[in-house]
Design a protein around this ligand. Structure first.
Ligand SMILES: Cc1ncc(COP(=O)(O)O)c(C=O)c1O
Length: 374
């Protein structure tokens, strides 16, 4: 059997990794400023993470959601405390798309309405409702297209209110900071308007923090830069540092009912052990402080580089926008300079999503390489 060929691949074969570095099968060392699509939060092969997963595997790796699993409660408590979101209840899943799919479903159950508002250049995953609210026609199959969705421009409060006034909107979904689209984000005023207008017209506000969450923006969730409180928050990527886990944080006003949601794999013992150890490292190593420090350094270092139009994003969720398309630049960075970076739907944007414990020295290596290539 061959693989279903959907991924255009770089010709690199990573075989081991540690911290912010990856080694290929020829023992070449690469600086990882992309963390495999923003997944690596506490660094590759962190010893606390490896120990937690190994010990858990030696005890019990998996059983179903029909038994007691105290690790789920421990994870919910730790996540509530560290994120400052103690007034939410946690539903555990295995991916970002699954988190959004369930968030949209919960909102529809709660409001008994179905239409969803989402935003231009937004990305929310590839399953049925999650892809329908994503602004990319190329990945929406006819079976997904039946979902009632209205995609609005970011930051257009009048358009938002005009749609909400129609009374049939179950939820509004927005990324804390757009990832795949290219690091655009709502203004603080827009986020405030989202909160108050959703409430006024009885729709739920869903914050997709799958990429922007878990400390990456310098606060635990990116929406916390704007002082709002969403009804539902979704998370995945950095939550498990590579172990597949996602979460839906559901406001306490939304009542759970037996059977309303469910999954086989979500919240397994191994997944919880991974996610608990990530939170412990985030807290013990004060990684959000590092995010903010490295961000300041990054901004100063790249300011003088030629060809950069704009630095977008916050913390270690960054985009460098050039006045040319960056495809060739990324290839030179990976093959000649041995540095992984990311692209975006905006072809002129280089995405930087390193582990949250990346150092200033690592950033200097990148800036020197970038100077050379430019
Ligand atoms: C903001 C956002 N939401 C949802 C998803 C989908 O997550 P997953 O690929 O784990 O299904 C992604 C993935 O890139 C994302 O960036």
């Amino acid at each position: 059997m061959k693989l279903f060929d959907v991924y255009p691949l770089y010709n690199v074969t990573p075989v081991k990794a540690e911290g912010s570095y990856v080694w290929d099968n020829n023992n070449e060392k690469y600086l990882d400023l992309y963390g495999g699509h923003g997944v690596i939060s506490i660094g590759h092969k962190h010893p606390h993470y490896v120990k937690a997963l190994t010990e858990q595997l030696n005890n019990i790796g998996f059983y179903s959601n029909a038994i007691q699993n105290p690790l789920q409660k421990e994870l919910a408590e730790k996540l509530g405390k560290l994120s400052g979101c103690e007034d939410y209840n946690l539903f555990l899943v295995s991916s970002g798309a699954e988190a959004n799919e369930n968030a949209l479903k919960v909102a529809s159950f709660y409001t008994k309405k179905s239409r969803v508002i989402s935003f231009s250049s937004g990305f929310h995953g590839r399953t049925s409702a999650a892809v329908a609210v994503t602004d990319n026609k190329n990945i929406i199959a006819p079976i997904n297209a039946h979902n009632p969705v209205t995609i609005l421009p970011l930051n257009d409060v009048a358009a938002l209110e005009a749609e909400l006034q129609k009374g049939d909107v179950s939820s509004v979904i927005i990324e804390g900071i757009q990832g795949v689209g290219g690091l655009d984000e709502g203004t603080p005023e827009f986020f405030k308007a989202l909160e108050s207008l959703s409430k006024q017209y009885e729709a739920l506000l869903i914050l997709d923090e799958i990429q922007s969450g878990y400390g990456r923006s310098g606060k635990f969730f990116a929406f916390q830069h704007h002082g709002i409180q969403p009804d539902i928050i979704t998370t995945a990527k950095g939550m498990g540092n590579g172990f597949p886990i996602g979460g839906v944080l559901i406001g306490e006003h939304i009542e759970a009912k037996y059977g309303m949601l469910g999954t086989t794999f979500g919240g397994s013992h191994l997944a919880c052990a991974a996610a608990i150890s990530v939170l412990e490292v985030l807290e013990e190593e004060n990684l959000m402080a590092n995010v903010n420090e490295v961000y300041e350094h990054f901004k100063n270092e790249v300011a003088s580089l030629p060809g950069i139009k704009q630095i977008k994003g916050k913390g270690l969720m960054l985009g460098l926008e050039f006045d040319f398309e960056v495809g060739e630049l990324r290839k030179e960075l990976i093959y000649n300079e041995k540095i992984f970076t990311g692209g975006a739907m905006n072809k002129k944007l280089l995405r930087i999503l390193p582990p949250l414990n990346v150092t200033k020295q690592d950033i200097e290596i990148f800036v020197d390489a970038l100077k050379k290539v430019l």
